[in-house]
Design a protein around this ligand. Structure first.
Ligand code: GLP
Length: 241
């Protein structure tokens, strides 16, 4: 695990974008694992700038997202489909048919999680997976629990996560209680993982992650089992180290 403690969020975003851009130049048909939340927005902005400058192209890239709320349709302004279009996909030359996100409004969710895992397997997983981290250590929507799912699954969100994510919704009651999330197998099968964390609120989860032990009470600690993880944090998130 390589840890970079950077000055601030902008520096994290630039570093993440640099790593991804380099890989993309080497491999134009890169398979990118993407995340939502506020953490990767700066990285997307930097990548868009690189694209606009003509330094990189996403025309042969395949993208897989980590998760989606259950019950929000693709056009709901808090759905992760909407988030990805607004913050990234609509601003680059990626092909719509190469963008995969779990469908949280699928009629048969059990079929949908199987479909998503089959897809990941078929493409042989991401080359680079971008990850944020929840204040409680969740990655994607894999929440602290007695057990964690290896496969993509439908999960109940914890009160902590519902509270944290309620800032994006008008009322707390509007936050969905369940989500589809890629499981630990999908995440850990990526060739390289970049985890981004900024701000003091993430400091406790980061400290636990970097102790180097694995516990289901902080799902991010499973990244200790992976050989190629880059942690990009700012000084606030590194406060307890
Ligand atoms: C959500 C997402 C996660 C994300 C986390 C942290 O719950 N499902 O993928 O990492 O929030 O979000 P933020 O980056 O806004 O702090």
């Amino acid at each position: 695990m390589e840890v970079f403690i950077l000055e601030n969020y902008d520096e994290i975003s630039k570093k993440a974008s640099e790593i991804i851009s380099e890989e993309l130049k080497q491999k134009p048909n890169l398979k990118l694992g993407l995340a939502t939340g506020s953490s990767p927005i700066g990285t997307y902005k930097e990548l868009i700038k690189e694209y606009e400058s003509g330094n990189i192209s996403f025309k042969d890239v395949v993208a897989f997202n980590l998760d989606e709320y259950v019950g929000l349709n693709k056009n709901h302004n808090q759905s992760y489909h909407y988030f990805m279009r607004e913050n990234f996909f609509n601003k680059i030359d990626i092909k719509e048919e190469n963008c995969f996100i779990p469908n949280g409004s699928a009629k048969d969710l059990e079929e949908e999680v199987k479909r998503y895992d089959n897809l990941l397997e078929e493409y042989n997983y991401a080359d680079i997976q971008i990850l944020g981290i929840g204040e409680n250590g969740h990655i994607a929507f894999n929440e602290p629990n007695f057990t964690l799912s290896a496969d993509t699954s439908v999960v109940n969100l914890t009160d902590d996560t519902i509270n944290a994510n309620s800032r994006f919704f008008k009322h707390k009651k509007d936050v969905p209680k369940t989500a589809i999330t890629m499981g630990l197998k999908g995440i850990l099968s990526s060739r390289k993982i970049i985890l981004i964390a900024s701000g003091e609120k993430k400091a406790r989860a980061i400290k636990q992650l970097l102790i180097g032990k694995v516990t289901t009470s902080n799902p991010s600690t499973f990244l200790n089992l992976h050989k190629n993880v880059i942690i990009l944090i700012d000084k606030e998130a590194a406060k307890l180290l």
